[in-house]
Design a protein. Structure first.
Length: 239
């Protein structure tokens, strides 16, 4: 009985040590993989900004030994694209060490000040913000300062901002009825929809939606399964 108990205790101790060793190995490998993915993503995004990477799957570090690290969360702030700074967050599924994924999703947040510079008329400043649900545009129209509540629509590579209502005389007036207000025809003429193109998206990336948030306009993208954008010619390594 004593010998059996001793064997059981020894087996339990060995199992505990094995689990602890596996956990330590996973933690070490996870840190290594996260660092390599961060470097690869930063290179492919052509940025010197810090890119944060988090492996979300259990024992993801050990999984890298088989060539697959599972789900990866990537975030970065202040990335420069087409002259605009964006904050970037991506969730990539089925990431492999050769740079392939099973698809994923991305959000890119553009500060309102940056977006305003793209939609304002030359020599006329506009201020963008949100009423908590919608994108709002405040500026001069017909010689009067007005705030416009807008609707957003998207294609695979563009966002269209369409004025819906205008704050006028303490009321929210639908844009299509402005012509019935004395002196408001000049305002109506200024309220055409504005489309912002998003060129040079990586292959397999498409815009799926947009919404206004406190930090700025949030653009939602879907990523098709496949290889990450190839920047091997620039010296970018796989994860």
């Amino acid at each position: 009985m004593i010998r059996r108990r001793t064997l059981l205790l020894a087996s339990a101790g060995a199992l505990t040590l094995a689990v602890a060793a596996a956990a330590a190995a996973d933690s070490y490998l996870e840190g290594t993989v996260e660092r390599r993915v961060s470097e690869a993503v930063a290179c492919r995004l052509d940025t010197d900004k810090g890119v944060d990477v988090e492996l979300e799957g259990p024992l993801a570090g050990l999984g890298a030994l088989t060539g697959t690290v599972g789900t990866v969360r990537v975030t970065a702030q202040g990335l420069r694209h087409q002259g605009t700074d964006v904050d970037f967050a991506a969730t990539l599924h089925g990431v492999s060490t050769d740079g392939r994924t099973d698809g994923g999703s991305v959000t890119a947040t553009v500060a309102y000040e940056q977006l305003a510079a793209k939609i304002g008329d030359e020599g006329e400043a506009v201020e963008l913000g949100t009423d908590g649900s919608h994108l709002t545009v405040t500026g001069g129209a017909g010689g009067l300062p007005v705030t416009v509540v807008t609707k957003l629509s998207t294609t695979e590579n563009s966002v269209t901002i369409t004025p819906a209502t205008v704050g006028l005389l303490g009321r929210q007036v639908p844009v299509e009825t402005l012509s019935g207000f004395p002196g408001a025809s000049g305002i109506a003429d200024k309220l055409a929809p504005r489309t912002v193109e998003i060129p040079d998206l990586p292959e397999g990336t498409r815009l799926t939606g947009a919404h206004a948030a406190a930090a700025g306009l949030v653009l939602d993208f879907a990523l098709a399964p496949g290889a990450a954008p190839d920047r091997a010619a620039a010296g970018c390594a796989a994860a």
